[in-house]
Design a protein around this ligand. Structure first.
Ligand code: ADP
Length: 298
């Protein structure tokens, strides 16, 4: 017998009664751990947003409800060009709804699957925006994302990157605070989380190093067929940068992000000043065709 509870069908029209807004539920966008995501169209203005729908029947344990409320409370406070904008949250008897700025071009995950290794100008273009988003989260908002990965970095129709899914994010209350626990398994997990020595902002820089490597090389730096072996390589920081395809500045930045010791790892602010991002060709915008085919830079 399936342990998944029966869930009510999602209504085709949903209302945010407090704000007096009605949405028509349109195209299905995708699903995550708890959420199913659709295009929601504001019935009055015609504006289309992303609507995340979470069934209350999946939020049975008190800590699940709490985590979701905490994600909403945290996400609400954020406002930056490279972070998915939170719009509203409301509920009905069966579901919790969250509306977000819509990102019509999916995520870096789909881009990576279609294109494989990207060109350096593309990686420069994407990493600069990841750096800007992280610099805002860390230095302006004192928030660690803790689960930066290709599938959580969304692309809008103007090819602007937006960091999203703040489900594992947390706020740091004093500069030398170290987090000791993490409820979930980040994809690009940092060594200090694996050895439970206390972690902070540096874990996002580690994940960004893994992201940059994956975008340039076409596969993640510590990938093996077994999770145990992957974790062992992460703890020993055992990875190889193919020098024939990755240039010296890119290689130097990846190495600075994948420092085993969080104290010596590059920060978001320093990353933005790194020669890989400040020198070399940085496209002002990328054509949407680059989501499927290698762009020509003239
Ligand atoms: P969960 O928090 O349950 O993991 P996600 O935030 O990963 O859910 O969202 C689930 C899926 O919904 C994503 O993989 C993506 O396909 C889609 N999605 C989420 N947010 C947006 C958005 N702002 N714009 C477009 N699609 C989105």
């Amino acid at each position: 017998m399936s342990r998944r509870r029966e869930t009510a069908p999602i209504p085709t029209t949903v209302s945010d009664t407090l704000n007096g807004v009605t949405y028509k539920r349109l195209r299905y966008l995708g699903k995550g751990g708890f959420a199913r995501c659709y295009e929601f169209q504001n019935a009055t203005t015609g504006e289309v947003v992303a609507g995340k729908v979470v069934s209350k029947s999946l939020l049975t344990k008190p800590h699940q409800k709490e985590k979701m409320m905490q994600e909403i409370a945290l996400h609400k406070t954020l406002q930056h060009r490279n972070v998915v904008m939170f719009k509203s949250s409301f509920q009905d008897p069966h579901f919790v709804y969250i509306t977000l700025e819509i990102c019509k071009k999916q995520s870096l995950m789909e881009l990576h699957k279609r294109r494989g290794p990207l060109t350096e100008p593309e990686v420069r273009y994407y990493m600069k925006q990841i750096g800007e988003g992280m610099d805002y989260l860390h230095n302006t908002m004192k928030i660690i994302h803790r689960d930066l990965k290709l599938g959580n970095i969304f692309i809008n129709s103007d090819m602007v990157l937006k960091l999203g899914d703040l489900g594992l994010a947390t706020r740091i209350n004093s500069p030398d605070e170290r987090k000791r626990t993490l409820c979930g398994t980040p994809n690009y997990i940092a060594p200090e989380i694996l050895v439970k020595s206390g972690h902070s902002f540096e874990v996002d820089m580690w994940s960004s190093g893994c992201i940059m490597y994956t975008l340039l090389v076409g596969k993640p730096p510590f990938e093996t067929s077994s999770l145990k072996e992957t974790y062992s390589r992460i703890k020993r920081t055992e990875y190889v940068i193919p020098e024939d395809t990755v240039g010296p500045a890119a290689s130097n930045l990846i190495t600075s992000m994948l420092m085993n010791n969080p104290k010596t790892r590059i920060t978001a602010t320093k990353m933005l000043q790194h020669e890989f991002l400040t020198e070399g060709y940085l496209p002002k915008r990328l054509p949407t065709s680059s989501l499927t085919v290698r762009p020509h830079f003239t």
